[in-house]
Design a protein around this ligand. Sequence first.
Ligand SMILES: [Zn+2]
Ligand SMILES: [Zn+2]
Length: 258
Amino acid sequence: MSAGEWLKDLLFPRRCPVCDRPVLPAGALICEECAKTLHPVGRDTCMCCGKPVAGRQELCADCAKRPHIFTAGTAVYTFRSCSGALYRFKYRGREEYADFFGESMARRLRVWQAEGPGAVRRRPPEALIAVPSSGDRVRRRGYDQSLLLARAMSRRTGIPVLENVLLRTRSTPPMRGMTAAERQKNLKKAFLVHGNSVESKSIMLIDDIYTTGATMDACAEQLRKAGSGPVFFMTLAIGEIPYVEPGQDPDDDASRDL
Ligand SMILES: [Zn+2]
Ligand SMILES: [Zn+2]
C-alpha cells in the first residue's frame, strides 16, 4: 500500500464487507473476526463448476446431467456465508468491497491453478473478462460489479483484463424460476465478442455469483466461436439458493444467473 492509500484509509476508513462498519486498523480490508464468518468452498468440489459436493464425487448432480460449454470454474465462498456482503456490493453502492473480494479471488486462483483440474494447470488464464451486465443496469447502479472484481483481481495477479471485448447485446428477463432450457433460450444471442483479442487465449470469466452456469455457458460459447482457447471462470460466490432481499429490484440482475 502506498503512503497516499494509507492516508486515505486513515481519513476515510473503508467498511468491512461482512459487518459494514469501518475496518480497523487503517489499511485492513476486513475485520479479523468477520473474516472467520466467510466460508471458503473447501476441497471437495465439482471438477467442472466448482460447487461443493459430498465426499469425493467428481461432478455435481447438475454437471453429471448436462455438459457445459465452459471448460471449468471455481468460486471462493459459499453463497450463504457472503450473501449480505454481496447484496450491499451490488445494491447498496459498496464498491469499496471490491478490494477485499479481488484479493480473495486472486488467492483462490493461486490454489486452483496448483490443485484444480488438469486443464487449468496446463493453460493458466492469460486474460480476465468480466461477465457483462446490461448497460441500463450499470448506469442505474453507477458501476459494473463484475468489472470491479476483474480489475481488483488483475491488480493482484498481473493477469490483464480485456475490457469492451465481450459485450451484452440486450437485457434479458430475470431468470429466477426458469428451467435450464428456458434459461438457455433466454440468453440466446445476449452476448457477442468484439474484435479478435481473445484468439487462442486462455480466458477466465469473472462474475459475482455462479448458480446454474447458463450465463457462463452463453459467454463461453461466444468466446469459443471467436477462437479463444479454454474458457474458465471464477466467481466470488457459488450456491444453489438465490437470495431475495426485501426491496430488491425484481428486474435487476440478481437473478441473472440464478
Ligand atoms: Zn467486520
Ligand atoms: Zn458441477
